[in-house]
Design a protein around this ligand. Structure first.
Ligand code: HEM
Length: 519
């Protein structure tokens, strides 16, 4: 899920418009403070006799720590708080208690050893609406439905054998990128290019070829009464959804105030859902017509229509959309940051180029078969995932029964936020964590190229990213090939463009770089 998952994360960000509303809410909430007090006391009584209570970050009555999270990058605030309150602490977001985990050890304990007590997803109102009530693999609870749909996506798309079968599609994508870069270098030598524009377009093409069997140029959408261009399809299926995922409904923090309407929020998310459904229906209708004419092809929709007999039409639509958004987002984020770092670090770029020369020779094109001979490329990929965690916080989970974490008592009903950014920036685990230093994965740290879980970037345990292999294959092959063919440099002023968009690691400004063809 990458997703999607990526941004998806955030219950915890307040939109500016939310503050005025929040003031009203705060007043209303005073009426309920007695109830909160009762909950608090009940929580105290549940604490195990021998275990300590999780340290708490001081906050305000009723609002808790909400106002301290207003800068919209909670993963950074959480990481700062870890220096004072330790690797595990608790915060209050309105009436909910959230325990934040900031080191690999305690996050792994939650994801692996204590998984059975902490497996339920706690979704914000926005996410709940956008995922049609947990109808996708990444956001579903750990139940029979999850097992069924995960089996489908692995069987058709993400398992190692499926990835082998779909190699030709990734090769086409990498070749298309190389062609566009060559065209740019020839037509406008020395002129900076917008890396994201090229990479994102081709990645979206790959995601739709895998999902519905073709790279769509445009489609007529009945519900809209008009033809929608490729660019608009991308905006509706990917960009708008990512933006919607971080919309916050203040009622998430004060469930007892759900009776107060929040029409602007609901209208916005409903519109996003309507557009996605309209476009996906049009795309799927076209696929059904193709299948009815006897033309069945190797893509996810054809597979699901044949094998997913227990699924409803809506579920099939959501599963197909899920693979599009998951492929089209986080892989772009990881690859764009990698090119940024390589363009900023010419010595390391040269070291990678020399490694590629040794593995492929001077005339052979780099392909996925070479990846096992490119440990430095592998280290570069993992170091970028560590330094620029594409999913900074895992979507919240819910503690179903009283449990122990990091030696503390965590009562049932608590929400859990795993701060992957914090884990990957932990000074006790990583030397100079703010530095991008791929060598740290070579010096005794690297096992094999296929070891995908060196950082916490893909999560861990039973809900670890199902698309990690695909992400690594797409990103590493593209990066290797691009460095094999071109020298990369940052455009002037680009070094400072390191801000990210809201909660995700997506660069706020698309990357601008110059390229020079290698002789
Ligand atoms: C660099 C790229 C990616 C990163 C950093 C990433 C990261 C993550 C993370 C952190 C999770 C959540 C784990 C959890 O909840 O514990 C996740 C879940 C998931 N990801 Fe990715 N992801 C990436 C690419 C992809 C791709 C390309 C796909 C392909 C469709 C994908 C499919 C999934 C799925 C299906 C899940 C849900 C697994 C489950 O709940 O069982 N991801 N990803």
């Amino acid at each position: 899920m990458a997703l999607a998952s990526s941004i998806i994360t955030t219950l915890l960000t307040l939109q500016p418009a939310g503050y005025a509303t929040l003031a009203v809410v705060a007043v209303c909430s005073l009426f309920f403070s007695l109830r909160l007090l009762t909950n608090f006391t009940a929580g105290k009584n549940r604490a195990g006799p021998c275990l300590r209570r999780v340290p708490q970050v001081p906050g305000l009555p009723v609002l808790g720590n909400l106002l301290q999270l207003k800068e919209k990058k909670p993963h950074k605030t959480f990481t700062k708080w870890a220096e004072t309150y330790g690797p595990i602490y608790s915060i209050k977001t309105g009436s909910s208690s959230v325990v934040v985990l900031n080191t690999t050890a305690v996050a792994k304990e939650a994801m692996v050893a204590k998984f059975s007590s902490i497996s339920t997803r706690k979704l914000s109102k926005a996410l709940s609406m956008l995922t049609e009530d947990k109808s996708i693999v990444a956001m579903s609870d750990y139940d029979d439905f999850h097992r069924t749909i995960k089996r489908h996506v692995l069987t058709h798309l993400l398992s190692p054998s499926a990835q082998k079968r779909l190699l030709y599609q990734r090769e086409l994508m990498v070749e298309n990128i190389a062609t566009k870069l060559r065209d740019h270098a020839e037509a406008r030598p020395g002129e900076a290019l917008n890396f994201r524009k090229i990479f994102e377009t081709e990645l979206f093409g790959l995601s739709t070829r895998q999902a519905i069997g073709k790279d769509v140029e445009s489609i007529y959408v009945e519900e809209l009464g008009s033809t929608v261009s490729r660019e608009e399809i991308f905006r509706i299926l990917v960009l708008d959804q990512m933006e919607g995922a971080i919309e916050v409904d203040w009622r998430d923090f004060f469930p007892y105030l759900r009776w107060i309407p929040n029409p602007s929020f609901e209208k916005k998310i409903r519109r996003m859902n309507f557009l996605r459904r309209a476009v996906m229906n049009a795309l799927i209708k076209e696929c059904k017509q193709r299948i009815a004419s006897g033309d069945v092809i190797d893509c996810y929709i054809d597979y699901l229509l044949s094998e997913g007999k227990t699924l409803t039409d809506l579920q099939i639509m959501m599963l197909v959309w899920e693979t599009i958004i998951e492929t089209a987002d986080t892989v772009m984020v990881a690859t764009e940051w990698t090119i940024y770092e390589l363009a900023k670090n010419p010595d390391r770029q040269e070291r990678l180029f020399q490694e590629i020369l040794t593995a492929c020779g001077s005339s052979e094109g780099l392909s996925e078969q070479h990846l096992s001979k490119l440990p430095y490329l592998n280290a570069i990929f993992h170091e970028t995932l560590r330094r620029h965690s594409p999913v900074p916080i895992i979507p919240l989970r819910h503690v179903d029964v009283d449990t122990e974490l990091g030696g503390y008592h965590v009562p049932a009903g608590t929400e859990i936020a795993m701060n992957l950014y914090g884990c990957n920036m932990d000074r006790k685990q990583w030397e100079s964590p703010e530095e991008w230093m791929p060598e740290r994965f070579l010096d005794g740290g690297s096992d094999t190229t296929m070891d995908l879980h060196k950082t916490m970037a893909f999560g861990g345990g039973r809900r670890a990213c199902a698309g990690a292999l695909q992400a690594m294959l797409i990103s590493c092959t593209s990066i290797g090939k691009m460095v094999q063919q071109f020298e990369w440099r940052l455009e002037e002023g680009e070094e400072e463009n390191v801000d990210t968009l809201a909660l995700t690691a997506r660069k706020l400004e698309p990357l601008h770089v110059t390229i020079k063809a290698r002789s």
